[in-house]
Design a protein around this ligand. Structure first.
Ligand code: PRP
Ligand code: URA
Length: 209
């Protein structure tokens, strides 16, 4: 079963509090999501393998380290996942970015895919699926199935806030996928919203309603 990592770094938790706050306006919300994504990128990449590399410093030749192994692909789920991409790219600037467009039907909560565009070599990449919200889990589940159908082999899921219901869906459907969260909340309400949550992530990022 995939592991759930709740990233409890104090800076992440501090900023998440202001992201949750209903008084935080669009501009500040966007900036905070961007900053938390960058901090989460630092934690999520902690176990990437390194290999030795000889480097000539101005003083001598030294044995140094560089990243080894698979290259990274970031896969934001549109729309809200886009709000976390730039923060991630600041730490992983060479990552390729693929997009999966999904919206959740407000009545049934079922996701509908309307767009997908991926790097051509996803089977060789370590993919990080990005969405601020993991609620029923339907959207992330569909996105991951879609990626696997197209050859993806190594996938991690990164969300700001999750409900236990969504975590369970991903763990059952994709036991090979580790989940990285800033917070694991209490549950879903009758409208499929995470509580306490942060409201509608897409609307708060883009000022829509
Ligand atoms: C939100 C959110 C997730 C999804 C989570 O997107 O960004 O993609 O809901 O819910 P789930 O786990 O129950 O599927 P939404 O459908 O509101 O689309 P948007 O990002 O375009 O606003
Ligand atoms: N989508 C959101 O944006 N927020 C929730 O709480 C649940 C789904």
């Amino acid at each position: 079963m995939g592991k759930v990592h709740v990233l409890d770094h104090p800076l992440i938790q501090h900023k998440l509090t202001y992201i949750r706050d209903k008084h935080t306006g669009t501009k500040e919300f966007r900036e905070l999501v961007d900053e938390v994504a960058m901090l989460m990128a630092f934690e999520i990449t902690r176990n990437l393998p390194l290999q030795e590399k000889a480097t000539e410093t101005p003083v001598m030749e030294a044995t140094t380290q560089v990243l080894a192994g698979k290259k990274i692909g970031l896969i934001p789920i549109l729309r809200a996942g886009l709000g976390m991409v730039d923060g991630m790219l600041r730490l992983i600037p060479a990552a390729r970015v693929g997009h999966v467009g999904l919206y959740r039907d407000p009545e049934t909560f079922k996701p509908h895919e309307y767009y997908i565009k991926l790097p051509s070599d996803i089977e060789e990449r370590e993919l990080i699926v990005i969405d601020p919200m993991l609620a029923t889990g339907g959207s992330a589940n569909d996105a991951i199935h879609s990626l696997k159908k197209r050859g993806a082999k190594q996938i991690r899921l990164m969300c700001l806030v999750a409900a236990p219901e969504g975590v369970e869906v991903i763990q059952n459907e994709h036991p090979d996928v580790d989940i990285f969260l800033a917070a694991l909340d209490e549950k879903l309400n009758d409208h499929g919203y995470i509580i306490p949550g942060l409201g509608d992530a897409g609307d708060r990022l883009y000022g829509t309603k």
